[in-house]
Design a protein around this ligand. Structure first.
Ligand code: UDP
Length: 490
C-alpha cells in the first residue's frame, strides 16, 4: 500500500513495434498528466520517435522520462538502427530481433530492481516481467494492444475450437458464446490458432499464464464502444481490466498529433492546406499501418481502383514486399501515377510516416481504407469516419468483424486470407472489388453510406465523452490509480 502523500512511480515497457509503442507511450503520458512519476524503457532508435513529445511534457512540469537502452544490434547480427519490427525488410531479419530482445532482458530486470517502482506496465509480449513484479511485490499490468472484442473472439476460438470441424478453408462459422453472431472462416485465422502444436502455441500459453498472474489488463478501448464485450471479457476470463482509451485522444496539442509515433515525413502545413482545399467528407484516407507490405501487383490494383473510383485521397504508400530484382526499392507506384495525381490534384501521396491522427480528424476525410490494426480502428472511431476494411494479419480479421458485423460502420474489401505481413503468395484483391467498397462507403447520397456515417459520428461523440472528466475511461483511470496505491502483495 502506498500512502496518499507519496508519489507513485510507474515504469512502462513497450514492445518494439509502433502499434504497441505508440499507444503505450500515450498511456504513459496520461499517467504523468495525472501526477504519477513515469519512466518509459525504450532503445535508442525507438526512443527518438518519442523524445519531442516527452520533452514537451517535461516542459509542462510533468515527471516523465525515457530510460534509453542500447539495442544489441551487432550481437544479434542485425544492421545498425534496426530496432523494431517496422525497420526489418525480410522475415529473416525480423527473426533476429527476438534473440536481441532476450539479450536485453537482464539489463531491464536490473533496472526494475534498481528503480523499485510501485507498478510495472508491461507489454504482454514480455511475459517474464510478471516474475520481476512478484519478486518486488508490486503489481504488473499487461498491455495487450487490442480491445475487448478481439480478446473475447480469441478466448472463444481457443476454448471451443469451432474451426476444427470445418471442411473448407473459406466456409464461414459462428464464433461460439459471443454476445453477437460473429462469423469467421478458417482462412482468416492465424496458423498459431489453427495448429496448436506449433512452437508458437507454447509461447502464447506463456503469455496467457503471465496475464493470469498479473494484477490485470490495460485496454486501449472505451466501454461504450464494446460494452457487451467488456463485460463478457471480465466474466469469461476472470481478469481485471481497465479501459483507458481511445488514448490517441489525449494528444490535444497540434504538434503531439502531427508527431505522434514519429516525425512525419510531410509537413503538417502542406498536408493540412491540401485538406483545407477539399469539401467535407470527400477524401479517402488510406493507410495499412506500420508493418504491412504489399506486392507491386497489389499496389498497382490499389492505384487503379483509386483512379477509377473518382474520389480524392491521401494514400500512405507503405514499403513494398521486395523481390530479388528490386533490392533498392522501398515504396513503389506505377509509372506516371504520381504525375497524374499531381496534375489532376486528385490526391496527396505520403511515402513514410504519416501524421495519421491529424489527417483523420480533418473534416475533409470521409472514409478510411484500413488494415484494421486496433490503433487505426480506434483512431478512425475517434474521428467519426466510416471504414473500408482490409485486414491482413495479426488480429486484424477479428477487428474487422467488430466494424462490419457488430457496429456496422464499414464494409469489407473482401480479403479472406490471413498471411503474415502479406507475403508474395497472398492473393491479389482486384481493382473492381477495391473500387466497389470505396464507392459504397464514400457515396454521400447512398442510404447505406449515410447510415454508416451517422453511426461513425455517434461513436466519435461517445469516444470524446469517454475521455472527458466523468467519462468511462477517465473514471477507470482514476480507479486504476487508486487500485495501484492500495495494492497489497499477496
Ligand atoms: N501510424 C502513423 N503513421 C503512419 C503509420 C502508422 O501515425 O504512417 C500510427 C497509427 O496512427 C497507429 C499505429 O501507428 O497509431 C499503427 O498501429 P495499428 O494498430 O493501426 O497497426 P500496426 O502498425 O500495428 O499494424
Amino acid at each position: 500500500m502506498v500512502s496518499e502523500n507519496q508519489k507513485l512511480h510507474v515504469m512502462f515497457l513497450p514492445y518494439i513495434a509502433p502499434g504497441h509503442m505508440v499507444p503505450m507511450v500515450d498511456m504513459a503520458r496520461l499517467f504523468a498528466a495525472n501526477g504519477i512519476q513515469v519512466t518509459i524503457i525504450l532503445t535508442t532508435m525507438n526512443a527518438r520517435r518519442f523524445q519531442n513529445a516527452i520533452d514537451r511534457d517535461s516542459r509542462l512540469g510533468r515527471e516523465i522520462s525515457l530510460r534509453i537502452l542500447r539495442f544489441p544490434s551487432q550481437e544479434a547480427g542485425l544492421p545498425e538502427g534496426c530496432e523494431n519490427l517496422m525497420s526489418t525488410s525480410t522475415p529473416e531479419t525480423t527473426k533476429k530481433l527476438f534473440p536481441a530482445l532476450e539479450l536485453l532482458r537482464p539489463e531491464i530486470e536490473k533496472l526494475f530492481r534498481e528503480q523499485n517502482p510501485n507498478c510495472i506496465v508491461s507489454d504482454n509480449l514480455f511475459p517474464w516481467t510478471v516474475s520481476i513484479a512478484e519478486e518486488l511485490g508490486i503489481p504488473r499490468l499487461a498491455f495487450t494492444g487490442s480491445g475487448f472484442f478481439n480478446n473475447c473472439v480469441s478466448h472463444s476460438l481457443e476454448h471451443h475450437q469451432p474451426f476444427k470441424n470445418i471442411v473448407s478453408e473459406t466456409q464461414k462459422f459462428t464464433v461460439p458464446g459471443l454476445p453477437d453472431q460473429v462469423k469467421l472462416s478458417r482462412s482468416q485465422l492465424p496458423d498459431i490458432v489453427k495448429c496448436k502444436s506449433t512452437g508458437f502455441s507454447a509461447m502464447f500459453d506463456e503469455l496467457n499464464n503471465a496475464e493470469r498472474r498479473s494484477f490485470g489488463v490495460l485496454m486501449n478501448s472505451f466501454y461504450e464502444l464494446e460494452p457487451a464485450y467488456a463485460d463478457h471479457f471480465r466474466r469469461v476470463t476472470g481478469k481485471k481490466a481497465w479501459h483507458l482509451g481511445p488514448v490517441s485522444l489525449y494528444n490535444r496539442d497540434v504538434d503531439d498529433k502531427a508527431e505522434r509515433g514519429d516525425k512525419s515525413c510531410v509537413s503538417k502545413h502542406s498536408c493540412l492546406s491540401w485538406l483545407n482545399s477539399r469539401k467535407p467528407n470527400s477524401v479517402l484516407y488510406i493507410c495499412f499501418g506500420s508493418l504491412t507490405r504489399f506486392s507491386k501487383e497489389q499496389t498497382l490494383e490499389i492505384a487503379a481502383a483509386l483512379k477509377e473510383s473518382g474520389h480524392s485521397f491521401i494514400w500512405v504508400v507503405g514499403k513494398i514486399l521486395k523481390t530479388d530484382d528490386d533490392q533498392e526499392e522501398e515504396s513503389w507506384l506505377p509509372d506516371g501515377f504520381e504525375d497524374e495525381v499531381r496534375r489532376n490534384d486528385r490526391g496527396f501521396i505520403i511515402k513514410g510516416w504519416a501524421p495519421q491522427v491529424l489527417i483523420l480528424e480533418h473534416q475533409a476525410i470521409g472514409g478510411f481504407l484500413t488494415h484494421c490494426g486496433w490503433n487505426s480502428i480506434l483512431e478512425g472511431v475517434s474521428a467519426g469516419v466510416p471504414m473500408v476494411t482490409w485486414p491482413v494479419f495479426a488480429e486484424q480479421f477479428n477487428n474487422e468483424k467488430l466494424v462490419t458485423q457488430v457496429l456496422k460502420f464499414g464494409l469489407p474489401v473482401g480479403n479472406e486470407i490471413w498471411k503474415i505481413w502479406a507475403t508474395q503468395d497472398s492473393p491479389v484483391i482486384n481493382r473492381g472489388n477495391i473500387k466497389n467498397a470505396i464507392c459504397a462507403v464514400m457515396d454521400n447520397d447512398d442510404q447505406e453510406a449515410v447510415k454508416m456515417r451517422k453511426k461513425a459520428n455517434h461513436l466519435k461523440e461517445l469516444a470524446k465523452k469517454a475521455v472527458e472528466e466523468g467519462g468511462s475511461s477517465c473514471n477507470d483511470l482514476k480507479a486504476l490509480i487508486e487500485d495501484i496505491r492500495l495494492y497489497k502483495h499477496k
